[in-house]
Design a protein around this ligand. Structure first.
Ligand SMILES: *Cc1c(COP(=O)(O)O)cnc(C)c1O
Length: 448
């Protein structure tokens, strides 16, 4: 274990802090509490409350996994009868997002890759997407030899700005991968209208937005294909796992094939020599499906709690000079995978790091930023070195994309001025109100 000082410095300097922010607060807090030098006066801190015990799974998941183990096969396609876990998972998934075709898979990254492949993206096809996300939102585009085109974001939604998307459209554009960052729904009305107008496939990456709603409808139900992650730190999880879903007859039936090496297991007459599409193996086993089926029953409770806490946090920091809360229309439900606010540094006499340190001194859990750089700044984008150091679509003249020239100003500002506060269902209103009060106090202290 690194020393406390080393660890803290590391966290401040690095947005790997987000990963830590997703750990149970109790685990981190205990470490800090036992090793920290005694605070000047404990009562001086604005944040006095602590999160409760964060129980993410219990006997119910254990029982369901036991039921899965009682089957003779743990293969997703072979289970039958009441113990078939994949079928149960899909049934429960459809209760909250009633898509016609729902396919379980190994990760959120797999889900997006399957979606992009099912959308027919091929060499040189452009897919408009966001520069701020998990790389899993983008890697599938590259693996299908598509060209990610980064569009800029809304200053306070942190999601694709529909106007920027429209400007990025060319004759080669085939799809949009829209990410509902941190649980805030994208402007799906505008994005869907653009997709329809230009005949683009709208793929929703809902990995951070389980349970979120756009104008009353679940995110993932408005675009053509929806992708979800069940990775450990998401709202609900199976350790690792994913879901990809669609109601569109053009894409829905293809999802299963692209998750399972091109096999069409729905066709009783299917034999391997009929395999017509190249696809890798992204299957999920019955064990994860069993676990996930119970996790899905927890989803609404988790989503509702996070949505309520996030609203309270927004209210608590609205109108504070130097601080920009996230934007969330009253008609939408955000489910806050984390809570991200921005600093207006021209209105504060401090750096972001000083603000974060002062917030922490008030007892608030927080870290600076999210991912360290926009995705287009990753070395393999800058060097166009995706496959063995090369990029065939560029060498073949199928694209003129030059990522060294890409700049999304708002996205860069979002990353350089953001403060990330963990928010989850183990927390209560009091803790969130105290954290908001700490933000107000620190902003007032540094106000110009
Ligand atoms: C987590 C995440 C992914 C990738 O999910 P994995 O299950 O880790 O592969 C993709 N997109 C977004 C927005 C995510 O947050």
């Amino acid at each position: 274990m690194p020393s406390k000082l080393t660890r803290r410095k590391f966290l401040q300097a690095n947005s790997v802090a987000l990963l830590v922010a997703q750990l149970p607060i109790t685990a981190r807090g205990a470490d800090d509490a036992t090793k920290a030098p005694v605070a000047k006066t404990a009562t001086a801190k604005t944040v006095q409350s602590k999160p409760g015990k964060w129980v993410r799974w219990d006997e119910r998941e254990k029982q369901q996994v036991t039921a899965a183990v009682e089957q003779p096969s743990l293969f997703y396609w072979q289970g039958k009868g009441p113990n078939h876990q994949t079928a149960l998972f899909i049934e429960r998934f459809k209760e909250f997002n009633p898509c016609k075709h729902v396919v379980t898979c190994s990760s959120g990254t797999a889900a997006v890759h399957i979606a992009v492949a099912a959308a027919g993206i091929g060499p040189g096809d452009e897919v408009i997407t966001t520069p701020i996300s998990d790389i899993g939102s983008i890697s599938g585009i590259l693996f299908q030899q598509g060209v990610p085109v980064f569009a800029d974001l809304g200053a306070s939604t942190y999601n694709l700005d529909p106007k920027a998307v429209e400007r990025a459209i060319t004759s080669k554009t085939k799809a949009i991968v829209a990410v509902h960052l941190a649980g805030t729904p994208c402007d799906l009305g505008a994005l869907k209208a653009i997709a329809d107008r230009h005949q683009l496939v709208l793929i929703e990456d809902c990995a951070q937005a389980w349970g979120a709603r756009y104008q009353g409808k679940p995110v993932g139900s408005l675009g053509h294909i929806a992708c979800y992650s069940l990775m450990n730190s998401k709202h609900i999880g199976t350790g690792d796992g994913g879901v990809v879903a669609s109601s569109d007859p053009r894409f829905g039936p293809a999802l299963l094939k692209f998750a399972d090496k091109g096999n069409d297991r729905t066709d009783p007459a299917y034999t391997w020599d009929k395999t017509a599409v190249l696809a890798t193996n992204y299957r999920m086993s019955e064990l994860q499906a069993a676990f996930g089926a119970v996790q899905l029953q927890r989803l609404e409770g988790i989503a509702a709690k996070r949505a309520a806490l996030g609203r309270i946090f927004i209210e608590g920091i609205s109108g504070v000079s130097g601080v920009l809360p996230p934007a969330l229309p009253a008609t939408d439900r955000g489910t806050f995978w984390f809570f991200y606010l921005r600093l207006q540094l021209d209105r504060l006499r401090c750096s972001r790091l000083q603000f974060v340190e002062a917030l922490r001194a008030e007892g608030a859990a927080c870290s600076a930023g999210y991912i360290p750089v926009p995705l287009y700044r990753l070395p393999y984008f800058q060097q166009h070195a995706f496959f063995g150091g090369r990029w065939p679509v560029k060498e073949l003249g199928l694209t003129t994309m030059d990522y060294t020239g890409v700049r999304c100003a708002e996205a860069e500002a979002i990353l350089s001025t953001g403060v990330n506060c963990p928010l989850n269902e183990s927390m209560d209103e009091t803790l969130i109100r105290e954290t908001a009060a700490a933000v107000r106090k620190v902003a007032a202290r540094f106000a110009v």
